[in-house]
Each structure stands twice: as C-alpha cells, then as structure tokens.
Design a protein around this ligand. Structure first.
Ligand code: SF4
Length: 392
C-alpha cells in the first residue's frame, strides 16, 4: 500500500509492505514499513527504513521480498505472511538482512524504464481545469438544507478553491454497503464524463470519488445523484460502514455481516442520531479473516459461530489512520438480535460522557478508556454517573 499524504488514507501499516512518500532535502523518498496485516493474526507494520531515496525503491522492495522468500514459513499456510516472518525474527534482524541483500542487488539494478514511467505519468496528468464562478454553489448552499448537509459531509477541499473532491456514498441507509446497481454505475460514469474530467476512483472504504468537480456544477451533480439514490450525506459517519460479504455470499463466513450493517444504518437513521454522533468508523467482518477490517474500526464487529449460533464480538478503539491501532475486545459477544442494541448502548454512553460536541468518539475513548463503555454494554442499567465513576 502506498500513501502520498501525511494523513494515511491507504492504511499502509496494515499491509505486508507499506510505503509513505516523504520529502527530505528537496528530494522525494519513502518511509518503508513491513509486516502489517489484519486477518486472524492482526499486526501493525514496523518501519525498517525511515527514508529510502526514490531511485532505490524497486531494488529495496526486491530485497524485502527476497528475504521473506528465504525465511518465510512454508509449513503452514496461515503463517506464510511477511508479518509472521517479521514477528518471528524481529524487525532489527529483518532490517539487517534486507540491507545486506539490497547491497548485493542495487549494483545490478539498471534503473526504471523511463519510457514506461513517462507513459504512466501521462495517464495521471492533471486535467485542464476551467475557471468557474462560485455564485451557483453559494446560492444552493444557502437555500437548500439537503444540499448543504451533503456538501458539509461529502465534499473535501480541492487544491483549487473553485473545485471540490466529491465522495459519492454507496451506503444508503438500509442498502448493502458498497453495492451499486447497473443504472447507478451508468450514471456515475456519465457524471464523471460530464462534470469530473473523466476521472472516477473507488476508495478502500467502498465509496466512489470524483476527484475534480467545479463547485459551480455541484448543485446539478447533487440533483442527479439524488434521483438515483446516491446522495446520502453520511461520509465518515456511523452508516458509512465497511462490511464484508459475510454469510450472504462468502463460503468462509461464520456469520452475517451485511444485514447487521443494514440494521445499524436504519436504526440510527430512524433515531436521527448519526450526525450528532459525528465521525465514526464502524467495520464488520463475517469471520476471523477480517476482510471488513473490524480490527481497525473505532467500533469493530466480528461475527463468529458459537455452536451453530451467530455471535458478535465487539472491539473498541481501533484506528485505521496514520497512527494505526488495533481495537480491544470488550468481553463476551452478542447474538444477532442483541448486536444493534449493544452498539446503541456504547454510543449513548459516548453521547452522555463526551466533553463537548467536538470531542469525537475515538477521542472520548482515548480519554475515558474501556471501562465506562464496558459498563454500558454489560450493565445497561448503570446510570451515567456510575459510568463516569468507572472511567475514573
Ligand atoms: S471476513 Fe467476510 S469476506 Fe472475508 S472470508 Fe470472512 S466472511 Fe468472507
């Protein structure tokens, strides 16, 4: 995984190899992490090189893979991952071996194919931006509360003030997270051609991004999205859930995950609490393989099978950002029927204990620790005062 932003949006530390592009002394280079991963043995990647010059990237990565090829476990498919090799040998030893191998490979490396590189660069050339007045955008923002809510939630700042980055939510309340119909996909392609300089991207959070849209076009774009059920204003909120296919599609599943996501989204939409709760990453996996990234959700849900009955474990405090963190288990799991009320108890506890509307769920969790949330989960009648006492 590669990120070029100081805000890691590629979850680099949860990958076999993570690269973070950094600038130093006027040149570009990479911080290199190895040994991250989720699944049944979640591990956070470790830095083996703080700054690797750009020209050394390919031979250095070859050295990493070569060391893993030599030391990696072939006796057990569950352990045949870089994370296990790094864990068993230690990052210092892996780093030493990679440097040794790199010293052998580097002199034989003839450099990157410049023609190929130029071709790739040409594919990512910035579009010819057109200057567009902000009058139409400002008028719609002032007059239409639905447009305003969508703009506040689903737009990010573009490097040009007269453009915006648009995230189109594929998480309409009650729908399957990340799914789009044929009609919706055709519309997305048309809108990318009409308003987005022909660019459309898919995020790892299972949404669609139009990276360049003139603000003047946003009211028309929003109206077109609304007509096809694609204008849900929930990016970064509770119902922007990552859920794996779970038992609905996956042969490995031990529990359903899509229906849990649908129930949660509908429940909190009916309560009208989603915007009040604010930024929240909720992630659901239907088995220990963790394709829904539950380990790094602020709230993670893992569906398991307990004697033929679905049972959902909850983890709290995970973080998929630059400071990657694995969530901690709260305690015994919950049945299918109990999981939505359990998540509501956690979130009502947060609403009762947060210092202000600005304190996010994750910040409150870091300040208070697990205790009050655990009490809210397993002692649902405990009043807020006792929860505060538990936190102290
Ligand atoms: S986490 Fe979900 S998608 Fe991945 S193997 Fe398990 S059930 Fe299937």
């Amino acid at each position: 995984a590669v990120t070029g932003s100081p805000n890691d949006r590629a979850v680099t530390a949860a990958h076999d190899i993570g690269l973070r592009i950094v600038a130093r002394d006027g040149g570009l280079g990479y911080q290199v992490l190895v040994g991250g991963g989720l699944g049944r043995t979640p591990m956070i990647g470790k830095v083996i090189k703080d700054f690797l010059p750009e020209a050394d990237l390919l031979p250095y990565l070859e050295a990493v893979v070569s060391v893993w090829n030599t030391l990696g476990r072939r006796d057990n498919k569950y352990k045949a991952r870089i994370k296990i090799t790094v864990h068993e040998h230690g990052v210092a030893e892996i780093s030493r071996l990679v440097e040794e191998r790199f010293a052998l490979i580097r002199p034989t490396f003839s450099g990157v194919d410049q023609t190929l590189l130029a071709d790739i660069r040409a594919q990512f050339a910035p579009p010819a931006f057109r200057a567009a007045p902000l009058v139409a955008y400002d008028a719609a923002y002032a007059a239409d509360p639905v447009f305003r809510a969508w703009a506040d939630t689903n737009l990010a700042r573009h490097k040009r003030a007269d453009h915006a980055i648009v995230t189109i939510s594929l998480k309409a309340h009650g729908e399957t997270p990340g799914d789009a119909t044929v009609a919706q996909m055709r519309l997305l392609a048309d809108l990318a051609a009409r308003f987005g300089y022909d660019a459309l991207r898919i995020s790892h959070e299972q949404n669609v991004i139009l990276p360049h849209v003139a603000r003047a076009d946003l009211p028309t774009l929003h109206a077109a999205l609304k007509a096809q059920g694609l204008a849900t204003a929930n990016i970064g909120l509770l119902s922007d859930i990552i859920a794996c296919p779970g038992m609905d599609y996956c042969a490995l599943a031990t529990a359903r995950s899509i229906p849990v996501a649908q129930d949660l989204a509908q429940h909190f939409d009916a309560l009208k609490l989603e915007h009040d709760i604010g930024p929240l990453k909720l992630k659901i996996s239907g088995c220990i393989n963790a394709c829904g990234h539950h380990h790094v959700g602020h709230i993670g849900i893992l569906g398991l099978d307990r004697a033929g009955v679905e049972n959902y474990q909850i983890t709290l405090g995970g973080d998929h950002g630059t400071d990657l963190a694995l969530g901690g288990r709260t305690g015994p799991g919950f049945s299918y029927d109990e999981i939505v009320p359990a998540i509501e108890r956690i979130l009502r506890c947060y609403l009762a204990l947060r210092e202000s509307r600005e304190e996010t769920f994750l910040e409150a969790f870091h300040r208070l620790g697990l205790a009050p949330f655990k009490a809210a989960l397993y002692e649902p009648l405990a009043p807020a005062k006792e929860l505060i006492h538990a936190a102290e």
